[in-house]
Design a protein around this ligand. Structure first.
Ligand SMILES: NC(=O)c1ccc[n+]([C@@H]2O[C@H](COP(=O)([O-])OP(=O)(O)OC[C@H]3O[C@@H](n4cnc5c(N)ncnc54)[C@H](O)[C@@H]3O)[C@@H](O)[C@H]2O)c1
Ligand SMILES: O=C(O)C(=O)C[C@@H](O)[C@H](O)[C@H](O)COP(=O)(O)O
Ligand SMILES: [Zn+2]
Length: 367
């Protein structure tokens, strides 16, 4: 097992990464002093529940915890105020009190949803992340929790750090291949924003990662979590540096929203967004190799990098303007300077955005 630390003073917490950890959940709960007399609510989805809910429930129960659970429908549409209310109802009916903990057992959808419940229930209770997707190496660390609005992603949320992240990498073996690819998109992102050698490692280990080779996965996820933890430890509430984690998200979030939170997986939308950011940077004078290398590593994972033909530029731009990254009448983009280094730019014009959308649509016609 590898242990990383998110350093946030009194809100610091460990990230445990290893095999067989879900079956040891109770042990970790006890070690972290989570209250035994107050019910624990496990939030999960209907794909994950049949696979792992019993294991976690059994482990917590054997350690003397009283467990209730709420299973939501799998998929991005569950990150909604309606489902949030359903989970709140389960928390109240389950008798959770101020010393209770809410557990997110699943991917980023369950993590963001359960985290927002934990942040809001009785104005905030303990939260534990048990990620079961590759993508959730990103979402389980850093404390951003939210649900979507029909018009914009993650619009209703909070910062609420977990007490620990228990990342059982054995659970990843049951992921469908499309989810594997989507999760690797955010792993590549961590290399592109912070560490060129790690981006290159991802490219060199594409086949191992896609095959869910435990050694490659363990290393890649540890590097990804470590980069995320370093950034969050410097800037918990995105006052500056943390915005670099948004590479690809200005456009990516817009695509998710106009796609009705079902057409693109988050990692797929972010992959297109990272290609667009690289193209934008090249149009502004950066070296063409940045775009070529970005697209090459993403395509290697079978991720999309061209703009979907069916959405017009007006809809995409309108959706971007609802996002958190539209501030003081300007669209904020994270743009690569070189592989492994990015800058935050707030002077991108709409003409530049239109040009990139057209260029990436053109790319799509050659596929
Ligand atoms: N809070 C953050 O910092 C942050 C960071 C990145 C992404 N996100 C959010 O995360 C979400 C995407 O997360 P995701 O890609 O994990 O999606 P997800 O939670 O929908 O999980 C993907 C799919 O895999 C299934 N699944 C999960 N674990 C499984 C397993 N072990 N075996 C088989 N199936 C399994 C799920 O049921 C679902 O169908 C988006 O809403 C995105 O906005 C948040
Ligand atoms: O943790 C962060 O900060 C990130 O930006 C990570 C992103 O991968 C993630 O998708 C996040 O939810 C986006 O944040 P938002 O503030 O743009 O909604
Ligand atoms: Zn993301």
């Amino acid at each position: 097992m590898r242990t990383l630390q998110v350093d946030l003073g009194e809100r610091s917490y460990p990230i445990y990464i290893g095999g067989g950890l879900l079956g040891r959940a109770g042990e970790f709960f006890e070690q972290h002093g989570l209250a035994k007399k107050s019910p624990v609510l496990i939030v999960t989805d209907d794909h994950v529940a049949p696979l792992y809910l019993d294991t976690v429930t059994k482990s917590l129960s054997e350690q003397g915890y009283r467990v209730v659970s709420k299973v939501v429908k799998a998929g991005e549409k569950s990150k909604s105020l309606e489902v949030f209310e359903d989970v709140m109802t389960a928390a109240i009916e389950g008798g959770l009190d101020r010393h209770s903990a809410v557990v997110a057992l699943g991917g980023g959808v369950v993590g963001d949803l359960a985290g927002f419940v934990a942040a809001s229930y009785m104005r905030g209770v303990s939260f534990v992340q048990m990620p079961t997707t590759i993508l959730a190496h990103d979402s389980s660390v850093g404390g951003k929790v939210a649900v979507n609005h029909r018009l914009a992603k993650n619009m209703i949320g909070a910062f609420h750090q977990p007490k620990m992240v228990l990342y059982d990498v054995d659970s990843l073996q049951t992921l469908p291949i499309r989810e594997v690819r989507a999760g690797l998109s955010e792993m590549v992102k961590h290399g592109l924003i912070w560490n060129a050698a790690f981006a290159d490692w991802c490219r060199q280990h594409t086949a191992d990662l896609l095959a869910l080779d435990p050694e490659a996965l363990g290393y890649g996820l540890t590097q990804g979590c470590s980069i995320k933890a370093q950034v969050v430890s410097v800037d918990e509430r995105e006052q500056g540096l943390r915005a670099i984690l948004n590479l690809g998200h200005t456009l990516g979030h817009a695509l998710e929203a106009i796609g009705g939170y079902g057409e693109f997986l988050h990692g797929e939308a972010i992959s297109i967004g990272m290609a667009a950011a690289a193209k934008l940077a090249v149009n502004r004078g950066r070296d063409l190799s940045i775009y070529e290398e970005t697209v090459s590593v993403l395509k290697g994972f079978g991720l999309p990098t061209a703009m979907p033909q069916q959405h017009d530029e007006h809809a995409i731009i309108a959706a971007m303007m609802h996002d958190k990254k539209f501030k003081e009448q300007q669209l904020v983009f994270v743009l690569p300077v070189e592989i492994g280094k990015v800058e935050i730019v707030a002077d991108v014009t709409l003409d530049e955005v239109r040009r990139v959308i057209a260029e990436l649509k053109e790319e799509g016609q050659h596929v």
